[in-house]
Design a binder for this molecule. Sequence first.
Ligand SMILES: Cc1ncc(CO)c(N)n1
Length: 199
Amino acid sequence: MMTTHEWLTTQATPLLHQIQQTAFVTGIGTGELTQAQRDYYVAQDHYYIERFTQMWQAMEQQLPPELVARQPKTLGEAGAHATLEPSAAAAQIKPGQHNLDYLAHMEALIAQGDGLTSMLALLPCTESYHLVAKQLGTRVARFQGWIDYYRGPEYQAMTEWCWQVVDHLTTQRAITQSELAGYLRAYEYELLFWEKPMH
Ligand SMILES: Cc1ncc(CO)c(N)n1
């Protein structure tokens, strides 16, 4: 039988495939990304991660402490950004509307105060990066450090912890239609996040 998180992933598969085919993601694999594209992405993601970290902490408050206690540690994503070799120009780039909209989407769901709702809002972030990096695999590309961070054991353990939380909480109650919609909407924002640096 399929676990809940496996079922969720099947719902997101078309969007995940689109993400994997974006020019930015394939460019990480081939090493072909311009300085301007990498600067734009890193600037957006730097801003994103700062606000995401706050949301993550809010979500932890909503989860059973025994689940939170099992959460593995990760190194943080600054190292992954550094391997994309941003220039000083990145510091001048303002957060884009797609980025602000994505963050507002997650913040609105977290404000509802339910741990499962919140985890489903944040899951596309964690899970999609791991699945993207796993698919890129070992290319010994210029940006291999980025790939290795998100496919590596620590980030994988974090992703698996998220899946365990979803599978555990859904033994208590089913995922609602609006939670599924919130999860898929976050995936759409993930896709947009990859498309924007190429425009
Ligand atoms: C937009 C975005 N989604 C997911 C991750 C993974 O943490 C990230 N760094 N940025």
